[in-house]
Design a protein around this ligand. Structure first.
Ligand code: ADP
Ligand code: MG
Length: 208
């Protein structure tokens, strides 16, 4: 299994499908601890990505992720747009213009995406944000990188991101809109952590 442009395009198509399918769920998660727009933001953003890909098909995984970054930055408002935009841009830079992504490069790209989110949003693990899904995901990917199987790496990352999203339930938010609620943010799952898990699950699905 090679992570090539076909994989990247499948990944983005599966992500757009997932955001459409989970639109209401993400809206409902963002209702008690935010402003109910996360599902709308993510769905709109990834539908726009699909349109951009159709207009000018990218030829490498890096180019596909760069186009995704630019589109998310311009089409997704709020906190998530710039954060995911930065993540995809850093990942794109890590991939460069290679035609195929190997395990070591994949681990580096995921790490770069997560570090971009932290650089931009200044959240730490435990602050109840998407960082709580990304951090275990990159750790799981790095741990799995040794055997060189990119598909297994992506599955491990997706599993860890899903567990990371669940782990935000008892956390008190210290960053973003949810932090305004203080202790009342406890007992709710962070929507951005859930959308991160959906994105990484799609990446794994695209490698099946
Ligand atoms: P907004 O909060 O502006 O309405 P969204 O609802 O689209 O934007 O996205 C909210 C998500 O963004 C949160 O669930 C959280 O995961 C993430 N987020 C918010 N602020 C930060 C931050 N500083 N660092 C990392 N992630 C953040
Ligand atoms: Mg919101």
């Amino acid at each position: 299994m090679a992570l090539d442009i076909q994989w990247a395009l499948r990944w983005l198509a599966l992500t757009a499908e997932a955001m459409k399918e989970h639109r209401e769920e993400l809206i409902e998660l963002d209702r008690p601890i935010g402003d109910s727009d996360h599902g709308e933001n993510m769905d709109r953003g990834f539908q726009a990505v699909i349109v951009k890909i159709a207009e000018a098909p990218p030829e490498t995984p890096g180019a596909a992720l760069k186009l995704t970054a630019m589109t998310l930055m311009s089409k997704v408002g709020g906190a998530a747009g710039p954060l995911y935009g930065t993540a995809f841009l850093r990942a794109a830079t890590a991939l460069g213009d290679a035609a195929e992504v190997d395990a070591a490069t994949l681990a580096t790209a995921l790490q770069a995406a997560r570090d971009g989110i932290v650089a931009r949003g200044k959240a730490e693990p435990g602050d109840k944000t998407m960082v709580d899904a990304w951090t275990p995901a990159i750790e799981a990917a790095a741990a799995a990188a040794g055997n060189g199987d990119v598909r297994k790496m992506l599955l491990a990352a997706a599993d860890a991101a899903e567990a990371g999203a669940v782990s935000t339930d008892p956390m008190q938010a210290r960053k973003g809109r949810a932090s305004y609620l203080g202790e009342r943010s406890i007992g709710h799952r962070d929507p951005g952590a859930v959308s991160t898990a959906l994105i990484l699950r799609a990446a794994a699905g695209a490698a099946e």
